[in-house]
Design a binder for this molecule. Structure first.
Ligand SMILES: Cc1cc2nc3c(=O)[nH]c(=O)nc-3n(C[C@H](O)[C@H](O)[C@H](O)COP(=O)(O)O)c2cc1C
Length: 336
């Protein structure tokens, strides 16, 4: 019988760290990664992560409690570092004894890592450069996710394959590194594990799982799309640095250009400061994503998706997606 022993052996440190069957995280996806998908991922052998996004502490409180009713396996909570109530959200995680907190969207503000570790949770961080990764791991980060520009949602400028070659040789021996961005099949997982990653994170591949509450129109758009349809947004005004977002091309892609012009205009007229301008852009994305995921408006909403979208062809239960990924990974390792 195939016990996936090669995959498990290479994932051993990631599995011990997460407490899951396999070191496969479903990265937090705003509006998508709520109780149903998160519990299905963790119950299916992976590691689910609740996307807090712009939720209030009260909403997160409910979401964590409801997720715990659906699974007794470990899962994480992803908090956006620029959330104005970040420390209250950390307090909610403490109240529920959440085991893993992912800090996304920027350098963690002073005291946040310490506040999470104080109640015994593990902290997972993102870093766009090797120097920052080392700094975050020195100052309390327990594990690192490196995410390439193939990914869906907010992205950096460098591809996953290059990040993996830059970060893993330096960090893999002493640190826990998960690789994300553009992973659609298990053969790719095998490759990153062999390079020293302890696990992987996928988003796009899980967004249309049977248990995902994403609107049927959203899922249909994913099933139809090819890699080349998942494009990065462009910055139209040099004065307003916006983090690029990868999403399926639609009318909403053009509307974002208009939104940037509007916000840049407010900046010019000194009606708002830069921090407020960037927050307005982020609110815009949160609203646009909601429109597509929840309301099913796939014309005007944001269909955030990574380049692996071409490998998403039908609805499948989360457990089946995980089983397929592990089988492909194991087969690849056995063939070596
Ligand atoms: C629809 C969608 C929404 C996302 N929202 C978030 C988010 O709120 N916070 C976050 O840290 N990452 C977010 N991501 C990124 C995922 O957590 C994950 O890292 C990424 O999807 C991995 O790359 P892949 O899409 O190529 O699998 C999102 C991705 C998608 C596709």
């Amino acid at each position: 019988m195939n016990d996936n022993s090669k995959t498990r052996a290479l994932m051993r440190r990631g599995i011990e760290f997460l407490g899951s069957e396999y070191a496969i995280l479903c990265g937090a996806m705003s509006w998508v990664s709520e109780r149903n998908l998160v519990a299905a991922i963790s119950n299916g052998g992976g590691f689910g992560v609740i996307a807090c996004g712009a939720m209030t502490p009260e909403l997160l409180d409910t979401e964590v409690a409801e997720t715990m009713k659906l699974t007794d396996r470990p899962f994480g909570v992803n908090l956006i570092t620029m959330h104005p109530d970040l420390f209250d959200l950390i307090g909610i995680c403490e109240k529920h004894g959440v085991s893993h907190v992912v800090l996304a969207g920027g350098i963690p503000p002073k005291g946040s890592v310490e506040a999470i570790k104080a109640f015994g949770a593990k902290v997972i961080v993102f870093a766009p450069t090797l120097a920052l990764a080392k700094k975050l791991l020195r100052s309390g980060g327990d594990a690192l996710v490196i995410e390439g520009m193939e990914a869906g949602g907010h992205i950096g400028p460098v591809s996953t394959s290059v990040l993996a070659q830059e970060f893993l040789p330096d960090l893999a021996a002493d640190h826990l590194v998960f690789v994300a961005g553009g992973i659609g099949r298990g053969e790719a997982i095998a490759g990153y594990l062999e390079m020293g990653a302890v696990g992987v994170q996928l988003g796009t591949r899980f967004a249309c799982a049977t248990e995902s509450i994403a609107h049927p129109n959203f899922k249909k758009a994913f099933f139809r799309a090819n890699a080349r349809d998942a494009v990065a947004s462009v910055q139209v005004d040099a004065r307003l640095p916006v983090i690029p977002v990868r999403a399926l091309k639609n009318k909403g892609t053009e509307a974002f250009t208009g939104k940037q012009r509007e916000v840049a205009g407010s900046l010019d007229r000194e009606e708002i400061a830069m921090a407020e301008a960037q927050l307005q852009i982020e609110h815009y994305w949160a609203g646009a994503l909601r429109r597509a995921v929840i309301d099913g408006d796939v014309e005007n909403g944001s269909l955030m998706a990574g380049q692996s979208v071409g490998m998403v062809r039908e609805e499948e239960p989360a457990a089946q997606i995980i089983a397929t990924l592990v089988e492909q990974c194991e087969d690849a390792l056995v063939r070596r």
